[in-house]
Design a protein around this ligand. Structure first.
Ligand code: ADP
Ligand code: MG
Length: 597
């Protein structure tokens, strides 16, 4: 329950709906109780007048008595109809206020969770898998909504009915009340248990189903591998097994479901039998009238649904509390990558790493070890090294996806931590190593990083990324859709779209993380040449495992296992006869061999 108190701020926000809901619940119950009393009066009236009717047996007045009774019954019937109509109207209003409130809160909560997700650092996304993040925002929020809507509605209904009906029943006849109500707590308890079983089994089914769909998804996205290795039969067997599991769980659930209604009906029936029997005894004793029995049967029926719902409501509230707990855990995760000074200014682009080390907080891997280097305004630097040497980590640090564990990074002489994050990242054009393109048009993908960007800028960016000619060959040019239901680009084309996206926003600092790995060295040269113009007055960091990418750079840093082993210009490093030269010659030779073949 403590976890659910987080939602009180939303209940407060929509208090007008909540208060209206409470009012409508009470009014609708008034219109439910009045008809029961009308039934009692009608039956008593008929019963008394029937005696009169028989007294007048054989007299002419008898038919008058009959018309009187019929007239009165008709009036009662009409009154009851009106009450039922009014009750219906107020029940409609109850849902319109309470359920509508829960939908509003669901919407707000989803937005809150999503907004919170987005500002959390990358390390958060490495710790939690995407499935978990989706579950919080969809399943868990839905469960919380069940508490805010149906649970609150039925809870209020039960409370108000209890306080209105039971005191009245007691005032009529305490003994009859007691007997009539005895089965109800059992009803409530059994619903609670049965409902918990149903929920648990439904969850198992849900899990089995999601396992099944993951399997199918993988089977079809990997269909090329499955076909070429002739594993169709094996794949079918696995599917069959997963399917069987789902079927068995569903059958188990339907067994419990089939027991559910008979159980409720049996307990309600027991209530009615007790009411009629004890009521009959009380009538014989002269304590109550026939009408009271009828009235009580109606009350018992009126109370059964809310009492049934009590068990249901309890389990909804428990599940909602568990869900809200998980949501709260995420909402409490803090973003430690923030800025105190929040400096917003145009960058010139000088970057300085001073004795920077980084241990990744989640894996404990020391990716950088005491690194220092300088890049002047508008200069370009190449960072060369084998896989796993820490190159991408440097890019992560420049974009401030992580903060160094030791040392400091300065941008224009100011600590990188002092800049406002949106302003800093807004002036960096980052081409990540693993390209990500949205299922959207090529133009939208390129325009992604900047609000109201003109088509001219998009064209220029793709020109500079050596992409324009490729695009002109696509059926719909820039309006060609990518991804699902669109076309699939080759690795090199994807990388170039990613480059175009980074330069289209006209950044002061350009970070190219191994972004030409999917093209051959010849194309790489062509692309680098067309990038030359773009790089002119921007600070550019070219990260690559190929020395051929480094030629253009003013300065070269060679990384190995998180340490800088050499730095200087191409000429200086060649003269030095060290690791760079060795790498250079090895890679050039490999290339020659390839071109000879
Ligand atoms: P490179 O780009 O040179 O191939 P990286 O900078 O990506 O190398 O990785 C350096 C080391 O840090 C590797 O051992 C890698 O496993 C580890 N690493 C990279 N990214 C992360 C991360 N986000 N969390 C934890 N460890 C990481
Ligand atoms: Mg890398």
């Amino acid at each position: 329950m403590k976890e659910l108190s987080y939602l009180n701020k939303y209940l407060y926000k929509y208090k007008h709906l909540l208060l209206l809901g409470i009012l409508f619940v009470i009014i609708s119950n008034v219109f439910a109780i009045i008809p029961a009393q009308l039934v009692r009066d009608a039956i008593d009236l008929v019963q008394e007048n029937l005696q009169l009717y028989f007294v007048f047996n054989g007299f002419e007045l008898q038919s008058d008595v009959y018309t009187n009774i019929a007239g009165a019954v008709l009036v009662y019937a009409i009154l009851m109809l009106v009450m039922a109509l009014l009750r219906g109207i107020f029940l409609f209003l109850v849902r319109q206020s309470l359920i509508v409130m829960s939908r509003h809160i669901e919407y707000d909560l989803k937005n809150e969770v999503f907004a919170h997700y987005q500002q959390l650092p990358l390390s958060f996304y490495r710790k939690n898998n995407t499935g978990d993040l989706i579950a919080r925002i969809s399943e868990d929020v839905s469960r919380v909504r069940m508490y805010l809507g149906p649970a609150i509605m039925y809870g209020l209904n039960l409370l108000s009915l209890f306080f209105m009906v039971i005191p009245y029943m007691l005032s009529v006849n305490p003994k009859l009340t007691l007997y009539a109500l005895i089965p109800l707590p059992f009803l409530s308890l059994s619903i609670y248990f049965v409902n918990n079983i149903i929920q648990k089994r439904s969850e198992e089914i849900q899990q089995s189903l999601s396992g099944l769909s993951t399997f199918v998804q993988e089977a079809f996205s990997g269909i090329r591998v499955i076909k070429s290795f002739v594993r169709e039969e094996d794949s079918l067997n696995q599917f069959d097994k997963a399917s069987e599991d789902y079927k068995e769980k569903s059958l188990k659930l339907s067994l419990v479901n089939s027991l559910f209604f008979p159980l409720i009906l049996a307990l309600i029936g027991l209530s009615v039998i007790l009411t009629v029997y004890i009521g009959g005894v009380e009538v014989i004793n002269g304590n109550i009238t026939y009408g009271n029995i009828a009235e009580f049967i109606i009350y018992v029926n009126m109370l059964t649904w809310p009492v049934t719902s009590l068990g249901w409501v309890t389990s909804i509230v428990q599940r909602a509390a568990a869900s809200q707990k998980r949501i709260n855990e995420f909402l409490k995760t803090e973003n430690h990558i923030t800025s105190e000074l929040n400096i917003e200014r145009e960058l010139k682009g000088a970057i300085s790493f001073q004795n920077v080390s980084l241990v990744y907080p989640d894996s404990g891997i020391k990716a950088l070890n005491n690194i220092s280097f300088e890049i002047g305004e508008g200069e370009s630097i190449a960072i060369i090294g084998t896989t796993g040497s820490g190159k991408s980590t440097i890019a992560n640090l420049i974009c401030r996806m992580y903060d160094p564990s030791e040392g400091e990074i300065l941008v224009d002489g100011q600590s990188i931590k002092d800049y406002s994050l949106p302003s800093l990242r807004g002036q960096i054009g980052y081409v990540p190593q693993d390209v990500f393109l949205f299922s959207d048009t090529i133009a939208s993908n390129i325009a992604f990083g900047k609000d109201d960007i003109s088509m001219d800028e998009v064209l220029r960016a793709s020109e500079n990324a050596d992409l324009a000619e490729n695009i002109s060959r696509f059926p719909n040019g820039y309006e060609t859709r990518l991804g699902e239901r669109g076309i699939t680009l080759s690795g090199g084309q994807k990388q170039r779209v990613s480059i175009a996206r980074a330069i289209a926003r006209d950044p002061k600092i350009l970070v190219l993380d191994d972004c030409l790995s999917a093209v051959d060295t010849k194309t790489e040269n062509a692309i680098l040449n067309s990038l030359k113009g773009v790089m002119q007055d921007r600070t550019t960091i070219i990260i690559s495992h190929r020395v051929s990418s480094a030629k253009l750079a003013d300065k070269i840093v060679v990384l190995d296992d998180g340490c800088i082993i050499e730095q200087g210009t191409h000429k200086q490093l060649m003269k030095k006869n060290g690791a760079y030269r060795e790498l250079y010659e090895k890679q050039l030779m490999a290339e020659d061999e390839i071109s000879e073949v």
